[in-house]
Ligand binder design. Structure first.
Ligand code: 26Q
Length: 835
C-alpha cells in the first residue's frame, strides 16, 4: 500500500486521537502496557515503585488530553491570564489528587485491586514534592487547585529545586537535617519543555547606546548568563475537564564556558563552570523568615522573576508583535510575598530595554499588572538586600530600582512638601552605613493591590507596618482571608467523613464548601453523631499507627488527641503547649487525678537549621516526652510525642485524626494560619488566641464551639512596657511549679543547663512572645477542653458544628475573591482541539 492510501485510512486519527478511556477496564489495560512495555517489568519484579509508576503514566494520559484542551480553550478565548509567582509550591503527593480530580478515584482503586494491589500502598511510593517551607508554599498549592477548579486561566511559576525541604530526623532528641533528593527516582508528573527555554543575565554592567532614531538605550553587557529550562506540571481542576499548568524553572549552564580556559586546554576546569549556574535551583532555602543577605537566594529570586516574565512577554510578542497597548488589561502577576518582587523592575527592563517602550508607558503597564500579597507582621522578617550585592549581581535592575524610587519620592515630596522625614521612612532604599533595598516597599510601590491574608492581619498592616503607604494609597490595600482546598484536605484525606457528609448534603460540597452548612441540623441527631464518632475513631486509629511507627509512642484511642503541627517558631509558642503538658504531669505526680481526662499530645514541625532556639525547643519537647512517657503515673492518662519530618502527606493522616487543634500564637503575630482550617474541616475543635484567621474561625463557629484564651493583639502591645513575667510566675503556683521542674533540671539530668536559654526568654521582661502572660488563661481553656471532652455527645455536636461552619475556609472562596477584586478573569471551559 502506498502512503496516500494509508493516509486516507488514517485521515481522522491523524488529527483527532480517540479519547482515552475513563473506565476501569481501560485503566487496567493501560497499566499493564506501561508496566510491561514501557517500564519493562513483569510479575517477578519485587518493587512496588514500578507499579506506582505505571499507574502515574496511565493517569497522566488522561490528564494530557484535558491539559491540551484547556490550553486550546484559553487561546481561543484570547482573554486575560493571571500568573502566580512564588519561590515555593508545597505540592505534596499528586497521585490521589489526580485520581480524585479526574473523577477516577473509585475506578483507580478498583483497577489497582483487580491487579492484586492496594491503592494505599502504591500511593506511599510517591515522594512529597516538598518545594516549600510551610504555610506560604502550601497556600500556593491550594490556590492552584482552586484556580483549576474555578476554570480560571492562572499559571503558577516557580523553581524546580533539585532538593526540597530537608528531611528531619530526631537523634537523641535533636533535629538532624538530611537531604531531600525527591527526584532521585524520577518524576513522572513533569513534562520538560525545552522549546521554551529562557536566558537570564547576571552581573556585567550597563552600556548606553543610541539607536537609529537617536534614542538612548540601555544594554546589559558582559553578563554571565544562565538558561532557564521549564518543566510543566499538570494541575487538574475538580471533575471539570480543566488542567492548568505549574511551570517550574531549572537552571542550566549555557554552552559558552570560559573560553580562556577552553583554549588553554583546560576542558574539565571550564566545564566545571556549569556548577555555579546550576546551583541556582539546587536547593530550597529552609527558613521561613528572610535569610539576610545570602547572595544565592537573590539569584534564585531574580531567576524566577526574569524567566517567568520573559516567557510571558515572548508569548505576547508572538501573538501581538510589539503592540503592548492591551498588555496591562490582559495580564496579572500575583507576587507571593516579596520573594519574587524583582518582577517589578524586571518587567520595566523588558519593556524598555528589550521592547523599546518609554518609561511612562512601561510604568503604567507594570504598576497596573503587579499585585502583592504580604504574609508576615514580624518587622524582622521583611526582606532587605544590601545595595552592594544587588549592584554587583543585578546592575541594570538596581538602576531601575533607583529611578523608581526617585520618581516615587518626588511624588511624596509633592504631597508633603518639606517632609523629608517621611521621605526617609518611605524610601525603597534604606539609607545608613549599609544601604539596603526594602523589597516590601518596592512591591508596594510597583503594585496596584496589596493584600494581607486574614482580616486582623490586613488591618494590622494598614495600622502598623505599612501605615505610611496606607495613608498615601488607601485604595491599594485589601484583605483576602486564606483558605485551603477541600479536595485534598477533606475529600481525599478523609474518605470516611466525606462519605458521611455526602449522605446528608449530597456530593456537590466538594466544589461548593458552603453546602457543609447543611450538616448543622444533624448535630442534634443521636444516630448521626454515632456515625460521626465511628469515623473519628477509625481516623484516630490510623493516626495512632503513624505515631507508634514514627515515634514509638502508644496513643490511647480514648484520649483527646491534642495536636500542634506547624513550623517551630517562638511566636507560634510550642513552648506554651509544653508548659501545659508539664503542668498536667505535675498534677499527676501530686495525685491530683480526680475526674482526669486522658490526653495524648502530638507536636510536629521543622526548625530552620540556623534557628538555635527553635532547635532547642525540639530537644526540650523530646526530653519532656521521654521522662513523662516512661513514668508509670502517666499510664493511660498522658502521652507526649514529637512526630519527626512533618510534611504534607503526614498532615493528610493527622488532620482527620485530631480532636483538638492548637492555634496558640501570640496575638498579632500569626498572619493567618491555614492548618487551623484543615483541622476545623475535619471536625477538630480549636483552642486558640485571637490571632490570624482564628478570629474568623471563631466568628463562623461561635464562642460556644471554640476554646478561646489569651490576650488580644492590642493588649499584647499595651502590656509590653510593663511586662513582668517574674511576678506572674511568682503569683501562679502552677506555673511556678512548672518552672521549678524545668529549672531544677528534671528533664535534663545529664545535660546540664541546656535549656537555660529557653527558660531565660520565658522569664525575660523583653520576651516578645509573652508566654507567661497567657499561661493561666491557656490552662483554664484546657480545663474547659478536658471537661467538654467527657461529655461525648456534646463534644461530637461541637465537632459536627465545626465542620459545618468551615465552608468559608475553602480556597475556592479565597480565589473567587482574588479574581473578583484583583484579577478580573472570566472562567474559560476547555475546548476540544486537534493535534
Ligand atoms: C525569605 C528570604 C530569604 C529566605 C527565605 C525567605 C522566606 C521563605 C519563606 C520567608 C518567609 C517564608 C514563609 C512564610 C510563611 O509561610 N508565612 C505564612 O504564610 C501563611 C500563608 O499566608 C500564613 O497562614 C502564616 O500565618 C504565615 O506565617
Amino acid at each position: 500500500m502506498d502512503v496516500k492510501t494509508l493516509r486516507k485510512t488514517f485521515e481522522a486519527s491523524l488529527t483527532d486521537l480517540p479519547p482515552v478511556g475513563m473506565d476501569v477496564y481501560s485503566l487496567v489495560e493501560d497499566f499493564r502496557r506501561y508496566y510491561s512495555h514501557t517500564l519493562g517489568r513483569d510479575r517477578h519484579c519485587q518493587s512496588a515503585h514500578y507499579a506506582y509508576e505505571a499507574l502515574v503514566l496511565s493517569l497522566r494520559d488522561r490528564l494530557m488530553e484535558r491539559w491540551k484542551n484547556t490550553r486550546y480553550g484559553y487561546e481561543a478565548a484570547d482573554a486575560g491570564h493571571a500568573y502566580y509567582l512564588s519561590l515555593e509550591f508545597l505540592m505534596g503527593r499528586a497521585l490521589g489528587n489526580a485520581a480524585l480530580n479526574l473523577g477516577l478515584d473509585e475506578e483507580t482503586e478498583l483497577a489497582v485491586s483487580c491487579l492484586g494491589m492496594e491503592l494505599e500502598d502504591l500511593v506511599e511510593n510517591e515522594q512529597d514534592a516538598g518545594l516549600g517551607n510551610g504555610g506560604l508554599g502550601r497556600l500556593a498549592a491550594c490556590f492552584l487547585d482552586s484556580c483549576a477548579t474555578l476554570q480560571l486561566p492562572v499559571t503558577g511559576y516557580g523553581l524546580r529545586y533539585e532538593y526540597g525541604m530537608f528531611r528531619q530526623e530526631i537523634v537523641a532528641g535533636e533535629q538532624v537535617e538530611g537531604p531531600d533528593h525527591w527526584l532521585r527516582e524520577g518524576n513522572a508528573w513533569e513534562l520538560e519543555r525545552h522549546e521554551y527555554t529562557q536566558r537570564v543575565r547576571f552581573e556585567g554592567h550597563t552600556e548606553w547606546r543610541r539607536n537609529n532614531v537617536g534614542r538612548k538605550h540601555a544594554h546589559w553587557v558582559d553578563s554571565h548568563d544562565v538558561l532557564a529550562v521549564p518543566y510543566d506540571v499538570p494541575v487538574p481542576g475538580y471533575q471539570n475537564g480543566t488542567v492548568n499548568t505549574l511551570r517550574l524553572w531549572k537552571a542550566c549552564a549555557t554552552d559558552e564556558f570560559d573560553l580562556g580556559e577552553f583554549n588553554a586546554g583546560l576542558y574539565p576546569e571550564s566545564v566545571s563552570a556549569k556548577n555555579t549556574a546550576e546551583q541556582i535551583t539546587l536547593v530550597l532555602y529552609p527558613n521561613d523568615a528572610s535569610e539576610s543577605g545570602k547572595e544565592l537566594r537573590l539569584r534564585q529570586q531574580y531567576f524566577l522573576a526574569s524567566a517567568s516574565l520573559q516567557d510571558v512577554v515572548a508569548r505576547w510578542v508572538g501573538k501581538h508583535g510589539g503592540d503592548f497597548s492591551d498588555f496591562a488589561d490582559k495580564n496579572r502577576f500575583q507576587l507571593n510575598d516579596t520573594h519574587p518582587s524583582c518582577a517589578v523592575p524586571e518587567l520595566m527592563r523588558l519593556l524598555m530595554d528589550e521592547q523599546g517602550l518609554e518609561w511612562d508607558d512601561a510604568w503604567r503597564i507594570t504598576s497596573a499588572t503587579m499585585a502583592y500579597t504580604n504574609h508576615t507582621l514580624l518587622p524582622e522578617a521583611l526582606e532587605r538586600w544590601p545595595v552592594p550585592i544587588f549592584a554587583r549581581l543585578l546592575p541594570r535592575l538596581l538602576e531601575i530600582v533607583f529611578e523608581i524610587n526617585a520618581r516615587f519620592l518626588a511624588e511624596v515630596a509633592r504631597r508633603w512638601p518639606g517632609d523629608t522625614e517621611r521621605q526617609r521612612r518611605l524610601s525603597i532604599i534604606e539609607e545608613g552605613p549599609q544601604p539596603q533595598v526594602r523589597m516590601a516597599y518596592l512591591a508596594i510601590v510597583g503594585s496596584f493591590s496589596v493584600n494581607g491574608v486574614a482580616s486582623l492581619h490586613s488591618r494590622l498592616l494598614t495600622e502598623g507596618l505599612f501605615n505610611d503607604f496606607f495613608v498615601l494609597w488607601p485604595h491599594k490595600f485589601n484583605n483576602k482571608t486564606n483558605g485551603v482546598t477541600p479536595r485534598r484536605w477533606l475529600a481525599w484525606c478523609n474518605p470516611g467523613l466525606s462519605g458521611l457528609i455526602t449522605t446528608i448534603v449530597g456530593p456537590d460540597w466538594v466544589a461548593d464548601l458552603s453546602l457543609l452548612a447543611g450538616l448543622a441540623p444533624q448535630a442534634s441527631d443521636a444516630d448521626f453523631r454515632g456515625h460521626w464518632r465511628e469515623v473519628k475513631l477509625q481516623n484516630k486509629r490510623r493516626l495512632a499507627q503513624l505515631v507508634k511507627a514514627d515515634c514509638g509512642v502508644v496513643f490511647n484511642l480514648e484520649a483527646i488527641f491534642d495536636v500542634q503541627v506547624k513550623r517551630i517558631h517562638e511566636y507560634k509558642r510550642q513552648l506554651l503547649n509544653l508548659l501545659h503538658v508539664i503542668h498536667l504531669y505535675d498534677r499527676l505526680k501530686r495525685g491530683d487525678t480526680e475526674n482526669w481526662t486522658p490526653r495524648c499530645v502530638l507536636i510536629g514541625g521543622k526548625a530552620a537549621p540556623g534557628y538555635f532556639l527553635a532547635k532547642r525547643i525540639i530537644k526540650l519537647i523530646n526530653n519532656v516526652a521521654a521522662v513523662i512517657n516512661a513514668d508509670p503515673v502517666t499510664d493511660g492518662r498522658l502521652r507526649l510525642a514529637f512526630l519527626p519530618n512533618y510534611r504534607v502527606s503526614a498532615m493528610e493522616i493527622i488532620a482527620p485524626g485530631a480532636d483538638l487543634s492548637e492555634q496558640i500564637s501570640t496575638a498579632g503575630k500569626e498572619a493567618s494560619g491555614t492548618g487551623n482550617m484543615k483541622f476545623m474541616m475535619n471536625g477538630a475543635l480549636t483552642i486558640g488566641t485571637l490571632d490570624g484567621a482564628n478570629v474568623e474561625i471563631l466568628e463562623e463557629v461561635g464562642e460556644e464551639n471554640f476554646f478561646l484564651f489569651g490576650l488580644t493583639a492590642d493588649k499584647v502591645e499595651g502590656l509590653r512596657s510593663h511586662y513582668d513575667p517574674a511576678a506572674i510566675i511568682a503569683a501562679d503556683t502552677d506555673l511556678n511549679r512548672v518552672m521549678q521542674l524545668l529549672e531544677c533540671g528534671y528533664f535534663n539530668q545529664f545535660e546540664f543547663g541546656i535549656f537555660d536559654p529557653i527558660l531565660q526568654t520565658i522569664r525575660s521582661p523583653n520576651d516578645p512572645w509573652m508566654t507567661a502572660a497567657d499561661f493561666r488563661s491557656y490552662v483554664e481553656a484546657q480545663q474547659r477542653v478536658a471537661e467538654a471532652y467527657k461529655d461525648e455527645e456534646h463534644w461530637t455536636k461541637m465537632s459536627i458544628l465545626n465542620t459545618a461552619a468551615s465552608g468559608r475556609f475553602s480556597s475556592d472562596r479565597t480565589i473567587a475573591e482574588y479574581n473578583r477584586d484583583i484579577w478580573k478573569l472570566e472562567p474559560i471551559p476547555p475546548q476540544n482541539g486537534t493535534l
